[in-house]
Design a protein around this ligand. Structure first.
Ligand SMILES: [Zn+2]
Length: 390
């Protein structure tokens, strides 16, 4: 448990002798209450439900184990965050973000704007005070993707964005219904569609890597029933009720066909390509396609329940995984990611951060692996780009 939950726990434990029944939300006719414990108990009771009616979404277990708790306020090596978004809206917020990056050890953050046109230019301008700390990646414009002749205009806008400062493309989504880049949609057109060829080829030519998000976590495709292991979070993002959607496995096949079609273009599959539940398959995909990296963003909670298998996967593919967050710019958020990657802590909860009800474990990655994932792989990927034309 972290420091905050430990304090909460000691508080809570103090009540148990006086109020054993209240703790479990049961009514006691004659509890031996003191004034202090009464008001604490009232606060507790407000949030408490009978065990018969506690909802999974309200479940907040507190770890009881007396095991090491590691606080990591700064990453062990300088970090490149390959997956973030323009969360900071004002100049003050951007300054604050940079201060947070300094405190926690983030050297550079890649901002996936998903935007083109004026919207891209506006975001680029907003972050231009810190050209060494933020990189702006643009989106694709899918306007008229369903009309003959689609392609040249989209390629032209891509070239314009590159001239305006875009250093990559992303985050481009396809959760099974077709491509999306921010507000621009192409229902039914997947990344392996010949209509997208010209865009991906141009990215290769211009040295723009593409951050591509395919599918979503497996629990979101499964029945929302009592067997669904990730129910608490999956329910909010459910895809099981979307008829005609390409499933996760089908989307990974589409990703592989896309990678094979464009061997001279570099892709970063977001979130372990959503194969966090089947890392062996992701390993095969990485081995088949040297033009692919995977970012680890926003899949900490999905991999921390299986720390030994996950750490072995990191060791095997340490040269192809890149750090990312995708979760705002709060310092505590960064600390949680460091704790999961670096520590060997066991059975801790971060339910409010990740929305799953599972307990988590640190992966305890070796220094050499940490250095690659935090920094070196991303640095290689970014420096392999052709220099921007003047
Ligand atoms: Zn994202």
């Amino acid at each position: 448990m972290n420091r905050r939950s430990f304090l909460k726990w000691t508080n809570f434990a103090g009540l148990t002798t006086a109020l054993p029944l209240k703790l479990f939300g049961l009514n006691s006719a004659h509890p031996a209450e003191t004034q202090a414990s009464r008001s604490a108990a009232q606060t507790q009771t407000k949030n408490a439900a009978s065990p018969e009616t506690i909802l999974l979404k309200d479940y907040r277990p507190i770890s009881i184990y007396k095991v090491p708790v590691t606080t990591i306020a700064k990453a062990k090596y300088p970090v490149i965050d390959m997956h973030s978004h323009p969360y900071a809206k004002t100049a003050q917020e951007i300054d604050q973000w940079v201060r947070n990056m300094d405190e926690v050890g983030i050297e550079k953050t890649i901002i996936l704007t998903m935007a083109t046109g004026e919207e891209f230019d506006r975001i680029h301008e907003k972050y231009s005070k810190y050209p060494e700390r933020f990189e702006m990646w643009c989106g694709f414009d899918f306007t008229d993707y369903d009309k003959p002749g689609f392609g040249p205009a989209a390629v032209k806008e891509l070239e314009r964005c590159q001239q305006a400062g875009a250093r990559g493309v992303g985050e481009i989504h396809d959760k099974g219904k077709g491509l999306r880049s921010g507000k621009s949609n192409a229902p039914g057109m997947h990344p392996d569609d010949p209509r997208v060829d010209a865009l991906f080829e141009k990215c290769g030519e211009l040295g723009l890597p593409i951050s591509l998000h395919v599918a979503d976590p497996i629990w979101m495709y499964q029945k929302m029933d009592r067997h669904n292991d990730g129910l608490m979070n999956a329910y909010y993002w459910r895809l099981d009720n979307q008829p005609g959607i390409v499933d996760l496995s089908g989307m990974v096949d589409i990703l592989e066909r896309t990678l094979a079609r464009h061997p001279n273009t570099t892709f970063v599959a977001c979130h372990f390509a959503n194969l966090d539940y089947d890392l062996a398959r992701l390993g095969e995909v990485l081995e088949r396609h040297p033009n692919l990296y995977a970012d680890i963003s926003a899949r900490y909670a999905e991999t921390a329940p299986i720390p030994r298998f996950t750490a072995a996967f990191y060791a095997r593919h340490a040269d192809r995984l890149v750090y990312g967050t995708d979760m705002g710019f709060d310092q505590h958020m960064y600390h949680i990611t460091f704790r999961i990657l670096e520590s060997l802590d066991e059975h801790f909860y971060e339910i409010d951060q990740f929305s799953y009800h599972w307990s988590l474990n640190g992966l305890g990655l070796d220094d050499a692996i940490l250095k690659q994932v935090y920094h070196d792989n991303a640095a290689n990927l970014l420096s392999a780009r052709r220099p921007r034309s003047a």
